[in-house]
Design a binder for this molecule. Structure first.
Ligand code: GLY
Ligand code: MN
Ligand code: MN
Length: 434
């Protein structure tokens, strides 16, 4: 049943290759030192088209009148399986994952030279790795060297990602189900973090609560390194040291999401270490929350990808003026990019198998149009560093609020709505665990 989803994706791709062939390796294993490896993670597009999680595998899809999909994978090896676990081997992989053929990975060079002489173009992720590019050129040169036997090398190399990135951008029902699960687990992890934060704890202790909840609910790993940033650390956008002590009166910014069955969630919450929003921190939080809600409201089919960003900018800039951090007309300040001093990133990115998922953001010069079943983040923030130009009560406050939002036929669905973000909800949750 599951194989059907992958089969359909491969069939769609085959229909769109013309007389071409697609060749896609999965990710390599990365040694850490001697006999240790970094945890293995398959290539996202390879997985999207196969569901096959083993390393040392290549997918080949032949287009044209007799489309075929072929897997190259490791052979069975009972000795290695004793140490490292099951390998499907070509025969079982073919059956289980619905390929037309499956062959040992050691035959890749020989078989590819045969397969590519029947096609006019090769689709592959060009330029992703020099080793892969040169291996492919090796097959082409093998054919060229045999041209006197009447063999012809394909004349076009195309970037496979043009096709697969667009496929991955609009999610199907099975993907939405997995993304909901990743979002649910990650929302629980943020709730757990809120319930387990108090002055004197270390950032990494709260980070451990997050990882614990991910693992407890069966997520395979975090989708990216968690940011657990107390006080002024929240103004470092990619802060991952997570080794400072949390202080009463500071806010804590946590950006963390799990990966579930390959799919990422990406949530940020900012909340007070002592459980009560007060003073300047509360004022900044209110602005960011209003901007985030307005940005979410801008998500609907037919809207521009940039509409949520524009909605957020209006409210953030007006808020910066109201707080005395910027001076002037809101529209002029936006035009001149003055807000960038306090808001230096964009509001959204695509989300899916990768946390910054594939898919173009523009078509030519135009931001692309949102369609049902696209999933994007909405993540405005304000980061106020020490500066003579800013009132000192705002120094070192960093706030970001990030949700994962699916475009629906009628508007939007916030997948991460279970992670509290209103002041009342957060304060109530933190108070109940004193
Ligand atoms: N966690 C990465 C991001 O928010 O884009
Ligand atoms: Mn994000
Ligand atoms: Mn994030």
């Amino acid at each position: 049943m599951v194989a059907q989803i992958y089969l359909k994706r491969r069939e769609w791709l085959a229909r769109n290759l013309g007389q071409g062939i697609a060749v896609l390796p999965t990710a390599p294993e990365r040694p850490r030192n001697r006999d240790s490896y970094f945890p293995y993670r398959f290539d996202s597009t390879f997985y999207y088209l196969t569901g096959f999680e083993e390393p040392e595998a290549v997918l080949v899809i032949v287009g044209g009148n007799e489309p075929q999909s072929i897997l190259f994978c490791r052979e069975k090896d009972l000795d290695r399986e004793t140490w490292d676990g099951l390998r499907y081997g070509p025969d079982a992989a073919q059956m289980e994952f619905g390929f037309d053929a499956a062959w040992p990975i050691d035959l890749l060079d020989q078989k590819m030279a045969e397969l590519i002489c029947q096609v006019n173009s090769i689709y592959t992720p060009l330029g992703e790795s020099p080793e892969w590019d040169s291996r492919m050129m090796g097959w082409i040169n093998t054919l060229r060297n045999r041209s006197r036997s009447g063999l012809q090398a394909p004349s076009m190399l195309c970037d496979l990602r043009q096709l697969t990135d667009e496929m991955r951008l609009v999610k199907d029902e099975s993907e939405i189900m997995l993304m909901r699960k990743a979002a649910d687990i990650s929302s629980c992890a943020h709730r757990r973090a809120m319930s387990n934060t108090w002055p004197g704890r270390m950032e990494f202790e709260v980070g451990a609560e997050i990882i614990y909840e991910f693992a407890r609910q069966g997520a395979q790993s975090p989708a990216y390194t968690s940011i657990v940033a107390g006080g002024k650390n929240a103004c470092i956008l990619h802060y991952i040291e997570n080794d400072a002590r949390l202080r009463a009166g500071d806010l804590l910014l946590i950006d963390a999401g799990c990966e579930y069955a390959g799919y990422a969630a990406d949530i940020t919450r900012s909340f007070p270490v002592n459980g009560r929003f007060e003073g300047a921190g509360r004022a900044v939080y209110e602005v960011v929350l209003e901007a985030q809600i307005a940005a979410i409201e801008a998500v609907k089919p037919g809207a521009s990808f940039n509409a949520p960003h524009e909605a957020a900018l209006k409210i953030l800039t007006r808020g910066l003026v109201d707080l005395g951090l910027l001076k002037g007309e809101v529209d002029t300040l936006i035009e001149a990019g003055e807000y960038r001093k306090f808001y230096m990133h964009r509001t959204s990115h695509w989300l899916g198998l990768d946390v910054h998922d594939v898919g173009e953001y523009k078509k030519g010069d135009e931001w692309r149009t949102l369609l049902p079943n696209m999933v994007l983040t909405i993540e405005p923030g304000l980061y106020i560093r020490e500066s003579e130009d800013s009132p000192s009560e705002f120094w070192n406050i960093g706030v970001r609020i990030e949700d994962d939002v699916m475009v629906t036929p009628g508007g939007y669905d916030v997948l991460t709505a279970e992670a509290p973000k209103s002041i009342a909800e957060i304060e109530a949750l933190m108070a109940s665990h004193d």
